[in-house]
Ligand binder design. Structure first.
Ligand code: NDP
Ligand code: MG
Length: 382
């Protein structure tokens, strides 16, 4: 199979695994983009020889330009650079694996350039889902899910002739490192403890989101946009082993699940190769070695982010953008030791309450709501 990929966020957890998949199958890479890790980006450029490299940080972009002077690669900087990488003429597919709302404009740029998008950057859909899905429809492109739960649902839906036959989408959640803890016990948890995820090795932001269960909250919104399903028909079940990646329930209560070892290279590869399947480097699933799979209801008392995200989804408009922006800042503050774990949901809730109703018509409106929520969080903890 011949594929040309433009990869945003190439130096991150999803980005490096996407390059492993590309390496294994000999896919070519026409653009790479990152924030500031030019050491790794340079190595990737030397191996994959893209025509364009984009670096968000302007100083780092200048340094990279010097480092790769001997190569025929163009170096672009800032948001403009990211959007150029997202709309490269020769790309068959754009993989957006940057972390955070900063991924929204590049996603929109890819869609406007009529590129299919393999989307890991869930914040794009949480904050700007209405705009992204509308633009995708108008441009006739696909948003192919990389997130494992959404890939699972997408896989279970293959061959489903009538979307209206689906009654419920059931997202599985690992429960994270603090499964079973009470609110009282969560008061004292540290960033080090929160970064120890039981099943997945991921970037810091999504790992903290898993510990607060905001990750599952964001995924409810992501599910709702990707599969055009109201939040009332999306359920969450805690599944400790992360083997069942999600399920769909049909009207006749037949349930389809997708299973596999917890390894992001499966959903990454499926998003890149859909509708084809290729051999994959991951381990085979052995059910007899596992023996038991366990399921529990989520604890919304101890993990209020889940309820907040559902509320944001029901309110719609700009509330999810405010929720997401507040969460991104609150997670940074927690990681730097400036706020306790339980203050994350408190700040998110307060930022949501301040957000006025209103439907966004432009990405700029989404970004303004995001910025207001971030400012509010930063001012609240001074
Ligand atoms: P990482 O923190 O590991 O990597 C983030 C990547 O984004 C890095 O390449 C980083 O560059 C880049 N980046 C950050 N900010 C910018 C910016 N302003 N401009 C350009 N590039 C930027 O994150 P993950 O790979 O874990 O996650 C990426 C996305 O995928 C997130 O939305 C996450 O929720 C989602 N996801 C991740 C999963 C996982 O297993 N990791 C699973 C499912 C979804 P640099 O290195 O230079 O800072
Ligand atoms: Mg996920």
């Amino acid at each position: 199979m011949d594929k040309k990929i433009s990869l945003l966020g190439s130096t991150g957890s999803i980005g490096t695994q996407t390059l492993e998949v590309a390496r294994m199958h000999g896919f070519s890479v026409c653009a790479l983009a990152a924030h500031s890790n030019i050491q790794l980006l340079e190595e990737q450029i030397r191996e994959f020889r893209p025509a364009l490299a984009a670096v968000f940080d302007e100083n780092a972009a200048r340094d990279l330009k010097e480092r790769v002077r001997d190569l025929p690669v163009r170096v672009a900087a800032g948001m403009d650079g990211l959007c150029q990488a997202a709309s490269m003429g020769e790309a068959d597919i754009v993989c957006n694996a940057v972390v955070g709302m900063v991924g929204l404009l590049p996603t929109m740029a890819a869609v406007s350039a009529k590129k299919d998008v393999a989307l890991a950057n869930k914040e794009t859909l949480v904050a700007g889902g209405a705009l992204v899905m509308k633009a995708a429809r108008e441009n006739g492109v696909r948003i192919l899910p990389v997130d494992s739960e959404h890939s699972a649902i997408f896989q279970c839906l293959q061959g489903c002739p009538r979307p209206s036959a689906v009654a419920r989408l059931i997202l599985t959640a690992s429960g994270g490192p603090f499964f079973g803890k009470t609110r009282e016990e969560l008061k004292q948890v540290t960033p080090e403890q929160a970064l120890r995820h039981p099943n997945w090795s991921m970037g810091a932001k999504v790992t903290i989101d898993s510990a607060t269960m905001m990750n599952k909250g964001l995924e409810i919104l992501e599910t709702s946009w990707l599969f055009n399903m109201p939040v009332s028909q999306i359920d969450v079940v805690v599944h400790r082993e992360s083997i069942v990646h999600s399920m769909i329930e049909y009207q006749d209560y037949s349930v389809l699940a997708q299973l596999g070892v917890p390894d992001m290279r499966i959903p990454i590869q499926y998003a890149l190769t859909w509708p084809e399947r290729l051999p994959s480097p991951v381990n085979r699933l052995s059910l007899t070695e596992l023996g038991t799979l366990s399921f529990y209801p989520p604890d919304e008392q101890a993990f209020p982010c889940l309820g907040l995200a559902k509320q944001a989804a029901r309110q719609g408009g700009l509330t999810p953008a405010a929720m997401n922006g507040a969460n991104e800042e609150a997670v940074k503050l927690f990681l730097s030791g400036r706020i306790p774990f339980l203050q994350i949901p408190q700040l998110v809730e307060a930022a949501m309450k301040r957000q006025a109703a209103g439907q966004p018509d432009t990405p700029q409106q989404v970004m303004a709501a995001d910025q207001n929520a971030r400012n509010f969080v930063l001012e609240s903890v001074q």
